[in-house]
Design a binder for this molecule. Sequence first.
Ligand SMILES: *Cc1c(COP(=O)(O)O)cnc(C)c1O
Length: 455
Amino acid sequence: MSDNIVKYTLNERDIPRYWYNIQADLPVPMAPALHPVTAQPLTPPDLAPLFPMELIMQEVSTERWIEIPDEVLDAYRLWRPTTLFRARRLEKLLGTPAKIFYKYEGVSPAGSHKPNTAVAQAYYNKKEGIKRIATETGAGQWGSALSFAGALFGIEIKVYMVRVSYDQKPYRRIMMEAWGGKCVPSPSPDTNVGRMMLAEDPNCPGSLGLAISEAVEDAMSRDDTHYSLGSVLNHVLLHQTVNGLEAKKLMEEVGEYPDIIIGCAGGGSNAAGLFLPFVKDKIEGSRPNLRVINVEPYSCPTMTKGPFAYDYGDNAKMAPIVKMYTLGHGYMPPPIHAGGLRYHGIAPIISHLLKLGFVEARAVHQLETFEAGIMFARTEGILSAPETMHAIRAVIDEALVCKKTGEAKTILFNHSGHGHVDMNAYDAYLSGKLQDYEYPDEKIRECLADLPKVG
Ligand SMILES: *Cc1c(COP(=O)(O)O)cnc(C)c1O
């Protein structure tokens, strides 16, 4: 009964051999990244203390297809290719004529899409003789993905984890340690900036910006150590296209092309990884009606309320200045927000496509997001990460529009990960402790007053 098929899978031999680089096909090139101190265009030597040269070159490459090294393909084989699902039970519950498909990335060892870039980054660092990588992590998803990758390639991983999360969310720290990573609460006594913060306030709760500063200082102060970032950058989005290329092949096998593609967006890597190979068709003109929706929380409304402007990548002004939609590098996530996706900016590639009109953005509220996540759990079975629930909310809303209009649209979304270590957030929702929160316009104006002055 082919009518009832819900899972579509590729053979292991069909894992893509190349990542897709959208920079080859942009009708207008992107604005260059700038040095955080001089505000002059960054050169590869500026970045060499932090990243291996192959990643620096990928960051600015305009080559359309970039070969995936065999060692990275071997690592991908542990969980790739991932399955494309048709959400028939959700469709039935909604009573929609829409066909809903999702690509499920929660089957990776770390439980999300993040290992797609973590293993590639660990590989290129290993190849350049690097022994150690320092990074930051908020709730711990990136720290755990990179620790897993470090285990595969024999690289020591040092993770600076925001202190409040370190204290309140121990499970991802334990995952990091199980894979051999070393995780410390940030601020830590291991760096100058950490020691300074601790001297000022021994109970400092930390922030992502501070953790970035510690990881960057660590990497700058040792020859054997580099720094790594799990989202936002062009090379990260590039690595994530392995998923979109698989999805494209699978949709071809199903005989469908999506009318709408949806993804949740924090820094933008999982959404872009799925949609970039399809956006190529829209840019080339063969799929002019394709709609792509990036979904963010109202509590961090980067794309829906922020300007497209040059801003620092981090609070501490140590990361490059990039042109992106931003709430200002001083943005502080409200404590009431449980759903992740808290970065103040969004990937320059997504920003550029949004400005050019090739993709859209939408904000959703926290309670409707968890409501959607629970509907998904009770039909499709997967307990989604709270981040992923943002995409699911938008999918359900689009499917309900189809119910009204009677259109049988094909909707594809990226299911970025499971929520098995996010049970506190589930508990908070199920026991009625979560509320909606909209980031106030005055606060956005305050943060935006501090954007760098760029010529
Ligand atoms: C980190 C994470 C995100 C957000 O990051 P992007 O770079 O925007 O993809 C979304 N979903 C899950 C499950 C994550 O772990």
